[in-house]
Design a protein around this ligand. Structure first.
Ligand SMILES: C[S@@+](CC[C@H](N)C(=O)[O-])C[C@H]1O[C@@H](n2cnc3c(N)ncnc32)[C@H](O)[C@@H]1O
Length: 374
């Protein structure tokens, strides 16, 4: 490992600002010299411009059955998509993998355009139709598979080619399928779940340019790298973070105790409820041993709690180094998706539509056909 990491505090969210973005100052002031240039480069490559005009909850969007956070996501997305819709001559709002269709419905209601949506689950499609009817929105809900026939049906439905398509948190293969066949007038896409866009354990790059760059510099992004994007502290609540860290420390302490008895490698143990960590190290160790079918710890066990926490500190510092790559990696993948749309004949822009506190998957691609200028 390059340099001395012991100067770095080992809290999981250290080195990041309140918004979850890399805090360059923290790394340059306190990180080892050999990592400072990486931190600066990471901050530069990971930063994307803000597309939003600010986060604020619109009470009208706090729809029944939606959390305040989800409402905020929709509001932020709509804030960015609305001007783009107004600037395009489009006939419909098209919602890709729409769930209950909250986003498309709200956009259709505000713009007065008819709604066309695609969703796999029949129950969600039924809800989408009912909610659209109640909101007075003219909606056609295609219930089908975005990776198969459903996409064909949607694309052939009048309005799809001349519509403004929205896709909020379409998982890896779902947003990949949309980009690969997209022929609509314009698109606002917030990608999600990159771990679900892999071929033989490697990230599926959608653009020729990104594939070219990767081939030239020998860049291989494997599924472990992709998981890094989703391992962010802001995706977990504060109480849970404490429990998760305690469970890690207790497991590492348990492992240290097993090694003291002669185990040569890490002892894999089954999952036990997170809340069990609050019972204390010894009780946790007994439960772990029972669940793993191992003999219960003896009286020496309690001494290994400190060793567990020391090991966790070391693991956290190592993970902090990995985390330097998180934002640049996600920026690279979003840029790849944007380049793929550019290669299909779209004018694209990329940025964030809300803060990470609202959703860590806050990157947005706006695309407009070069052949359908307003
Ligand atoms: C993360 S949710 C996003 C829903 C909605 N866009 C939102 O932000 O509220 C993904 C949606 O994709 C739908 N979905 C999953 N696989 C699909 C497929 N193969 N075809 C169409 N929809 C699919 C799921 O049922 C779910 O409603």
């Amino acid at each position: 490992m390059p340099g001395d990491l012991t100067a770095m505090p080992a809290a999981a969210d250290d080195g990041f600002d309140a918004d979850g973005a890399l805090d360059e100052g923290h790394w340059t002031a306190r990180g080892p010299a050999s990592l400072q240039a990486w931190a600066r480069a990471g901050a530069r490559f990971g930063a994307l411009p803000t597309l939003s005009r600010g986060d604020h909850i619109d009470p009208a969007l706090a729809l029944p059955g939606m959390t305040a956070r989800k409402s905020l996501q929709l509001h932020a997305f709509i804030d960015v998509a609305s001007p783009a819709i107004a600037a395009s001559r489009v006939s419909h709002v098209v919602d890709w993998c729409a769930g209950k269709g909250h986003l498309g419905r709200e956009l259709a209601r505000r713009t007065g355009l008819p709604l066309l949506s695609l969703e796999l689950q029949p129950a969600l499609c039924a809800d989408a139709r009912r909610l659209a009817g109640a909101a007075g929105v003219d909606a056609t809900v295609v219930c089908g598979d975005a990776l198969g026939d459903g996409a064909e049906v949607l694309m052939r439905t009048p309005g799809a080619a001349t519509g403004f398509t929205v896709a909020l948190h379409a998982c890896g293969d779902l947003h990949g399928a949309l980009i690969a066949r997209f022929e609509g007038a314009a698109l606002a896409l917030a990608p999600c779940c990159y771990t679900r866009a892999v071929d033989s354990g490697r990230a599926r790059l959608l653009s020729m340019r990104a594939r070219d760059v990767a081939a030239r510099v020998g860049l291989v992004i494997d599924d472990r790298d992709l998981r890094l994007i989703h391992e962010q502290v802001s995706e977990t609540g504060t109480r849970e973070i404490g429990d998760v860290r305690r469970r890690q420390a207790h497991r590492l302490g348990f492992d240290a105790w097993r090694r003291s008895l002669g185990a040569a490698s890490y002892t894999p143990v089954p999952a036990i409820p997170l809340s069990a960590t609050r019972l204390g190290f010894v009780d946790f160790g007994e439960r772990l041993a029972d669940a793993a079918g191992l003999p219960r710890p003896d009286s020496s066990f309690a001494e290994f709690e400190g060793e567990g926490w020391r090991r966790l500190d070391a693991v956290t510092r190592r993970d902090l180094v990995r985390s330097l790559f998180r934002a640049p990696l996600e920026a690279f993948l979003v840029t790849d998706r944007a380049c793929a749309l550019d290669e299909r004949g779209y004018e694209v822009s990329v940025g964030t539509f809300c803060s990470r506190a609202v959703t860590p998957r806050n990157r947005l691609i706006l695309a407009r056909s070069r052949h359908q200028r307003s």
